[in-house]
Design a protein around this ligand. Sequence first.
Ligand code: NAG
Ligand code: NAG
Ligand code: NAG
Length: 552
Amino acid sequence: MYKSFTCISSIIFIISITYIECNGQNKDEVCYGEFGCFKKAQLSMDIKAENVFGHYPDTPEKINAKFHVFSCHDRYNPTILPYNVTEKDFHNLNYDPKKRTIFIIHGYVDYYTQFKWMGDLKDLILRAKPCSLNVIVVDWRGGSMNVDYLQSSSNTRLVGAMIAKFIEKMNNVYKTDNDHYTIMGHSLGGQISGFTGKHLRNPKARLILGLDPAGPAFNDVSEDGRLVPDDAKLVVSIHTNGGKNVLDGFGTLNPSGHYNFFPNGGETQPGCNPVSGIAAPLTKGAYEGFQMTVACSHLFVAYKLMKYDESKDDDFESMGYRCKNYEAFKAGHCGNCREGSDDCKPFGRWFDWWQTQSLSKEWREPIIYYIDTQKDQPLSYFFYQIKLRTGSPFPTFDGRLSMNITGSLRNDFSENILMDRKFEPNKEYTYLYKSRKSLGRIESAYVTLTNKVLPKVVAVSMDKAITAIPELNSEVTSADLPSLIKSRIIVEEIQFNYLNGYSESKRHSLSSVLRSRNGPVQVTNKDVTHFPKLKSFNNIEIKLIINETHVG
Ligand SMILES: *[C@@H]1O[C@H](CO)[C@@H](O)[C@H](O)[C@H]1NC(C)=O
Ligand SMILES: *[C@@H]1O[C@H](CO)[C@@H](O)[C@H](O)[C@H]1NC(C)=O
Ligand SMILES: *[C@@H]1O[C@H](CO)[C@@H](O)[C@H](O)[C@H]1NC(C)=O
């Protein structure tokens, strides 16, 4: 929502806002030469009481943005150019205009060397083989190191204009166009990326990577006041510390890009204290508070997720999955992903894969992708979506199905999977299994039921169970307790969809369906039902047909 003050109404506030000048031509703007004119920042209701007054950006001299230019040939000794660089200054630059260029921008109470992440990221990009990008680190500490967060957030518009102007000059000197550039920013830097992009049109910038774009002061402003998909040909964001208001998180839950990753739900990260947002700064004092906040969900985890490409280590090939919401993702509802579709996207590979991507034709609105990560390295999990389909008939059974599984890569590592469900006939039950080790293709499952009343498990032959299915009633012997009689369900099949893997063919080749060729299998609390390892696979159908049964 816009709220531009006229001069008359600002007089009411003049005691507080001493820097308002009423004698200029545009009374509600400040003009900074080549960077243009700026109104006061939009008022955002998320900072309520603090945010009675909009702020103008500080002057360019105060913000004093510096551009540290690195190239594949000059990884450690940047040429530092000022915000008011002239085209002439580019002539002696050790810069390779044939390679694309990425700008990296920090956030609040941060500067180039403050939290170290910018240098790490720069090194990561420049050490990649092949090295394919120039890196320009933008240091705007004159505008970010403010006790007043709202002043810094207002400054983002001017820093965005400075970077856009810088790119315009580079385009003139190197005969490039905006498509040559990627802009990546953390927090307020994420918002700066958006403001930079808004100035770059015809064509737009190739890619914006928003690393937990700032929420406070941006959550509820209009689209021209925050990072939005329209700001580049492709806008991809990671949200790690989002909140609905300043007390919840320092990022935003508004998806800022075309494609948006919400690791672990996007609000707090494993190993981080949920204390976040502006609450810490308010109680701890700005710098210490923000370091606390910035240090975990909002920056360090966000940046760790961007830095480590674990696909190189253990074939993680992590994917984020589009899902209605995080609860649905955690419940295993989302595991389908057609090749090349928007159903899932690689999580990682920010500096190679995403550089070459474009918006899909099916894209209509900002898409959120979910993925869970671990606290420590390796950060990634191997994900399997489990779909268990029941047959009939059996009475509704409200209990626990325990399953342990082994796969083609590991048959000595399996965790017990517990599905607490109200099992009904002819239904599908899903589960998201996150494994710390790659199991490969799931080939075998031991399944048993636990009755909440009598959690006793007795192993008997599964052959009996199968042959008994047509005459369920007679199969239950009179010796069984009534509670045991109900403790059975009929399982048609168990499907294991492998969710990692960049290509659909890879995901398919590691997915499987376990079922008995003899038909549905009865799983009871008396038996351990083994869906066994198979003799042959049918790779095309991705169905494993069990043609033999074993006692568990
Ligand atoms: C750039 O700005 C600085 C002040 O921040 C000034 O001293 C310098 O002369 C300016 N350079 C140009 C080329 O305008
Ligand atoms: C899996 O379940 C079966 C049957 O309950 C049991 O014998 C086996 O030890 C279990 N394996 C693991 C790794 O838990
Ligand atoms: C399944 O097993 C039966 C008997 O054990 C055998 O006759 C049949 O050929 C098997 N089918 C397949 C597809 O292996």
